[in-house]
Design a protein around this ligand. Structure first.
Ligand code: COA
Length: 383
């Protein structure tokens, strides 16, 4: 192969295997299906920790003392309310707008209301990380209320992050199990190496643009169905399959037509994604407890059919998050925004890390595959 052919082949790989950042935030052992945040295995965090504690861990590299956790919780609660102007702006958006489009727009707009949004000092980056983590949950909930013609609900300071989000979304304080399930889902989605949206955030941060710009870019990348948008597609597939007995023919037909079966496959994992295994357990539990196990049952049948047809394709995080969120009564097109409200913790941690390490401008090369030495042609002579 010539050098150019090698470059073209490499470009077709979507940067697979290319190291483009150094980080101490999370590590994926794809061969063995293990994920670590700051050195702590994800399963331990699910068993013992909370979303807020995990957020502190991601930002600061160690667990908070009781006083530090208390302070972070107070700060997050203090940052839950949105500027009036932003709520007015949300009221002006078409009610048909998809929640991810609204979230992307609102996060970009939120920066314009914040006095220090363009400052990139360490102190301000941490403040912005708190603000964004708190406010994104409110934006997602406020949009749900606005688009369904319901009154916007003020956040409650006596509820944790996940429970308060469900309260603002539905108007009901969630029961202990629902609050715990969402808390676990938030822990599981909080960070994941150099995934596409984190890479987007880090590219923006490497230009020395601000936190709000980096997080807006990350949201844009998360939206796609190959990335965070996959959980919504999984739910649409479950709705289409409807009953477990229809899973096998659905999968066979999809594969025969070379269609993707959403919620399967991963760039890094060669074993089951540990987040998916946790989510499988909680999807089953919450489905049973809430009297709506049908989404879990269909998911399980799709998983079995895929395992039979394509055993090399493991389930990923999006597969059982769909039936988990459905069992909690969350509308399908809010699944990806919920992914975002957790992943904001990781994105902001990466932006802080990027500025702390003074990361060099991320600027790869492309291989040119077009012609050279063409000439200008006057309009009349163009065919
Ligand atoms: N269903 C059916 N086939 C799949 C598949 C899926 N979900 N995921 C991958 N494949 C097949 C591809 O078609 C490809 O087949 P080929 O070699 O015959 O062309 C092969 O497996 C390799 O997949 P590829 O898309 O090159 O891997 P990737 O590393 O570029 O992509 C994903 C990884 C996640 C983007 C891809 O698996 C995917 O699109 N999955 C569905 C969307 C999803 O669940 N995304 C969430 C990720 S957390």
């Amino acid at each position: 192969m010539t050098n150019k052919e090698q470059d073209v082949a490499a470009a077709d790989q979507g940067l697979a295997g290319i190291v483009a950042a150094k980080t101490a935030i999370s590590y994926i052992d794809g061969q063995h299906g293990r994920l670590f945040y700051q050195g702590i295995e994800i399963n331990e965090l699910v068993e013992h920790s909370s979303f807020e504690e995990t957020v502190y861990l991601l930002w600061h590299g160690s667990f908070p003392t009781a006083a530090q956790l208390d302070e972070l919780q107070r700060e997050l609660k203090a940052q839950r309310r949105l500027p009036k102007g932003l709520i007015t702006m949300l009221h002006e958006l078409p009610k048909t707008a998809a929640p991810m489009e609204v979230l992307r727009t609102a996060v970009s707009a939120l920066g314009t209301f914040e006095p220090d949004s363009s400052s990139t000092t360490h102190e301000n980056l941490v403040k912005q990380a708190v603000r964004l983590t708190a406010a994104i949950a409110t934006i997602v909930a406020v949009w749900e209320r606005i688009r369904t013609d319901q009154a916007v609900i003020e956040p409650r300071d006596d509820l944790d992050h996940g429970a308060n989000f469900l309260y603002m979304l539905t108007g009901k304080v969630p029961n202990e199990q629902a609050a715990k399930v969402l808390d676990i889902a938030l822990i599981l989605h909080a960070d994941h190496g150099l995934n596409a949206s984190t890479f987007a955030a880090r590219v923006v941060a490497s230009t020395l643009a601000d936190m709000y710009s980096a997080i807006t870019a990350a949201l844009c990348a998360l939206k796609g169905p190959r990335h965070g948008g996959a959980n919504e597609q999984v739910m649409r597939m479950i709705d289409e399959v409807k009953t477990p007995d229809r899973a096998r023919p659905y999968v066979q037909d999809a594969l025969a037509h070379k269609h993707l079966v959403m919620g399967f496959g991963h760039r890094v994992y060669r074993a089951d994604d540990p987040r998916a295994l946790q989510l499988r357990r909680i999807a089953q539990e919450v489905g049973k407890a809430n009297g709506n196990p049908q989404w879990y049952d269909v998911s399980e049948a799709i998983e079995a059919a895929m395992h039979e047809a394509k055993p090399e394709l493991p389930i990923n995080v999006d597969f059982f998050s769909a039936s988990t969120y459905a069992a909690l009564g969350i509308p399908t097109d809010q699944f990806t925004p919920i992914f975002a409200l957790s992943r904001t913790a990781g994105w902001t941690a990466h932006v802080i890390e990027s500025f702390t390490n003074n990361t060099r401008l991320i600027r790869p090369e492309s291989v040119y595959i077009g012609p050279l030495d063409k000439h200008y042609v006057v309009t009349e002579q163009r065919s």
